[in-house]
Design a binder for this molecule. Structure first.
Ligand SMILES: Cc1ncc(COP(=O)(O)O)c(C=O)c1O
Length: 470
């Protein structure tokens, strides 16, 4: 059957057939061994604005905006047309020894929004490859500068940085590394900055102090001459929307500068509008990183594209080093892809011409409405910033213990919400919400009403099963 017929006709039963084919032939991301290669997941057949439509024709609010990426919403004709036009003009060129115009024009636009002296962009295929590129750049930079021992990377509990080998080695969420290998000789994990889970008796301010002290002690113990980079998400996203406590990140930035440790802000989620700005590092947190990694929202998910932005200073140091022929032997077939860069330009037009402003206007309402869910006894905390938030469920508000609960409480809530018309991103005992940025106040009301009902039904189930007595 022709592809166009597939796209147009999924509603005629082909969707069910596709699910069968998936069970026989498709390996889906993050599968469990007992189900690998034989899973059926909810089929999504269409999207429009903040909504998606499932295989049964049910319309759902896209609570996580895909994977925090469909920032300007689904089915934007402006973006689809640009992809078509660019593919008809030039669908691909080798970046090894040629270049295209959209990648250069986009690099200038991105640099104009980036903080400090972040003036140069290297493109990748997504977030993991962006992080990988930044870390390999740090290794190259230190090799060329004659200090090959300065390679250790500081990462944090609760972090998520990707699924390639080195980026995945940085991950610090529960379960991520239970069955997977990593470059443990290169990565040192620091305490998660999650203030909700700080030791009892500590204020948020003393918790921030303890994180900074841990950072300083770690650099001292390892020796600054061995530490190449710190990498952190300004707001830990998949770790449960964890905001940096107090001025802790700014203090870490200073320690990095004092010790010549590169500060890499992983803005794969926070960039391109999620917090109402193109980049959050400078505009929201007053940071000037040495590198920023981005992906997802750069194309609103319409094309796989990511990248890293590098400080002009670092590049200038390389240019005047004693090793002018040393090669940063790193590049991807799809680096600087013309279709990806063209759609990113059109996406940036939309963000600059209203979507960023709309996001900043909606954010306080979004946060305030979600915060009302703390009235429910299963909800331990609702936290967030911009248009990203996390509803964290706990068995007991005093002990904040998530573990006595059925660990899949997030999935239970998601199942009820799906029935009611909302797709949720379940993360163990948490539900993460990051809808398309074009969401309106009425749609926020709808989203919160459904989530409240989904959590209430989950509480009823847990009580009925005797798992919880809240
Ligand atoms: C902060 C962060 N960095 C990196 C990644 C990896 O991006 P990708 O899945 O595009 O490789 C993600 C993905 O969710 C992310 O949230």
């Amino acid at each position: 059957m022709a592809v166009a017929e597939w796209i147009a006709g999924t509603q005629n039963g082909q969707g069910a057939h596709a699910v069968e084919l998936a069970k026989r032939h498709l390996v889906q991301p993050w599968p469990e061994a007992g189900e690998i290669g034989s899973e059926s997941r909810a089929l999504i057949e269409g999207g429009e604005g903040i909504y998606i439509t499932d295989g049964e024709g049910k319309r759902l609010i896209d609570g996580p905006a895909g994977m925090w990426c469909v920032n300007v919403g689904h089915r934007r004709e402006e973006l689809a047309r640009v992809m078509y036009d660019q593919a008809m003009q030039l669908s691909y060129n080798t970046p090894w020894y040629t270049m295209n115009a959209p990648s250069a024009v986009l690099a200038e636009r991105i640099a104009s929004h980036a903080p400090g002296d972040l003036g140069h962009v290297f493109y990748t295929t997504g977030g993991s490859t962006a992080v990988e590129s930044a870390l390999r750049f740090m290794q190259f930079y230190n090799n060329v500068r004659g200090r090959p021992e300065k390679k250790l990377i500081l990462s944090r509990g609760g972090a998520y940085h990707g699924s390639t080998y080195l980026s995945a080695s940085l991950n610090g969420r529960p379960r991520d590394r239970d069955w997977m290998d990593g470059a443990d000789d290169l990565v040192i994990k620091l305490t998660s900055p999650n203030a909700f889970r700080r030791p009892s008796g500590m204020t948020v301010a003393t918790f921030a102090d303890s994180l900074v002290a841990e950072f300083e002690e770690t650099v001292q113990r390892l020796g600054a001459e061995r530490v190449g980079a710190f990498i952190g998400e300004p707001v830990q996203a998949s770790g449960g929307v964890v905001l940096p406590p107090g001025d802790y990140l700014q203090r870490i930035r200073k320690i990095c500068r004092d010790n010549d440790i590169l500060f890499i802000a992983d803005e794969v989620v926070t960039a391109f509008g999620r917090l109402g700005h193109v980049f959050a590092s400078g505009d929201v947190f007053g940071l000037d990183p040495d590198m920023i990694t981005f992906a997802k929202g750069v194309t609103s998910g319409y094309f796989p594209l990511g990248g890293m932005i590098v400080s002009d200073r670092l590049l200038a140091e390389l240019r005047r080093s004693n090793h002018p022929t040393a090669m940063y032997a790193h590049g991807l077939t799809y680096t600087s892809h013309p279709v990806g860069c063209a759609v990113a330009l059109a996406n940036l037009d939309l963000l600059e011409n209203g979507v960023l402003e709309h996001t900043r206007a909606m954010a306080p309402y979004f946060q305030a409405r979600l915060k009302t869910l703390e009235e429910l006894p299963l909800v331990g905390e609702v936290r967030g910033i911009g248009l990203m938030a996390c509803v964290e469920c706990v068995a007991d508000r005093e002990s904040k213990n998530p573990l006595q609960l059925d660990k899949n409480v997030g999935e239970r809530i998601d199942a009820h919400c799906h029935e009611l018309g909302l797709l949720v991103r379940p993360l163990i005992n948490m539900c993460v919400m990051s809808p398309p940025l074009v969401i309106t106040m009425e749609q926020i009301d709808d989203m919160v009403r459904i989530l409240r009902e989904g959590i209430s039904r989950t509480m009823d189930d847990l009580r009925r099963e005797g798992v919880w007595r809240g």
